[in-house]
Design a protein around this ligand. Structure first.
Ligand code: CO
Ligand code: ZN
Length: 334
């Protein structure tokens, strides 16, 4: 699974430009799904199984896009001004490198710093692509780029750009391949444009019309020096979301996930994320409403070029997802 994670994290896929990553995911799952389609926004939707007995129509969603930047202006010396596409934190940007879709690499520079304790906003930064004038600059207004950073393994941890949310894309691919028989009709959605406000999952959920939804996405941790106060720690198991700023998880879904994790003896953590949201919000609020939840992968340095996950958490998340999908006693509506 590690080589799949490496392949997936290294492909550039800023919001709206998921075509390359979609092609790779499609090739991975093609021979394992019962049906595959791509909707108008670019969501890749794969079905496996048909409803039998107590089975439900379930939508799973992991987003293919990653945060990125977009060129807004090229000056006469060939420096590229840019803005964010999704949640790019200015503090993580200076001296980092970005890769445009045509392969051009750029270094992020800043205007002169007068107070070195204050992070400049993105509009005081520029991308240096090695050009010396506007005419030989390979980048034009509207070109998009993502962070450039290889995957590194440190002990039991994996670090890369775009762990958010390629780690969950990898988990969904593995789950689809490993799932043998299921009483459910399961839609594996590899969604687009999550980072700009769960746009892909919004249309995908409407199209799938699920009876139950689960997003798989990363969440923050509270386990680094003087970090935010948060219970989630790296290596302590996948997290079951109770609340984030976009969703209050249906308590029946939380109970179901906890019950199955305990039964399968898979370590888990309960997650309350004070800032952030996932595709689960779009699923929960589609049509007249859907019970939804989220399986979270603990991740340090979210939305930085070095997002860190624990490989045991990843494997336990996959185990828990499979245990949930094999459960015939999925919670009853009342
Ligand atoms: Co994100
Ligand atoms: Zn995410």
């Amino acid at each position: 699974m590690k080589s799949l994670i490496e392949t997936l994290t290294q492909i550039p896929g800023p919001p709206g430009y998921e075509n390359k990553i979609r092609a790779v995911v499609r090739a991975e799952i093609e021979s394992h799904a019962d049906e595959i389609r791509v909707d108008a926004l670019g969501n890749l939707i794969a079905r496996k199984g048909s409803k039998a007995g107590n089975g439900k129509r379930i939508m799973l969603s992991a987003h293919m896009d990653e945060i990125g930047v977009i060129a807004t202006h090229i000056d006469e010396n060939g420096f590229v001004r840019f803005t964010n596409v999704g949640g790019v934190f200015p503090r993580y940007a200076p001296s980092g490198r970005v890769r445009f879709l045509d392969g051009t690499i750029g270094v992020i520079g800043t205007e002169k710093i007068t107070n070195s304790y204050k992070v400049p906003p993105l509009d005081k930064m520029f991308i240096d692509v090695g050009a010396n004038g506007r005419t030989n600059c390979p980048i034009k207004v509207g070109d998009v780029a993502v962070f450039e950073r290889p995957l590194t393994e440190m002990g039991g941890r994996l670090v890369s750009k775009a762990m958010d949310d390629r780690i969950s894309v990898a988990i969904l691919i593995e789950a689809l391949k490993k799932l043998k028989k299921t009483p459910h009709e399961i839609y594996f959605v590899f969604s687009v444009q999550e980072e700009v406000g769960v746009r892909g999952a919004t249309t995908a959920a409407f199209g799938v019309d699920p009876e139950l939804g689960l997003a798989i996405d990363v969440t923050r941790t509270g386990d680094t020096p003087k970090s935010i106060t948060m219970e989630v720690a790296l290596g302590a198991g996948p997290a079951i979301k109770v609340k984030d700023s976009g969703m209050i998880t249906d308590p029946r879904v939380v109970d179901w996930m906890v019950r199955i994790a305990a039964k399968a003896k898979i370590p888990y953590q309960l997650e309350v994320l004070e800032r952030g949201g996932t595709d689960a919000r779009a699923i929960q609020l589609t049509r007249s409403g859907v019970p939804a939840g989220c399986l979270s992968i603990p991740c340090r340095y979210v939305h930085s070029p070095s997002e860190m996950v624990d490989y045991n958490d990843v494997q336990n998340a996959l185990k828990l997802l499979l245990a949930l999908l094999n459960d015939t006693g999925v919670f009853q509506m009342s």
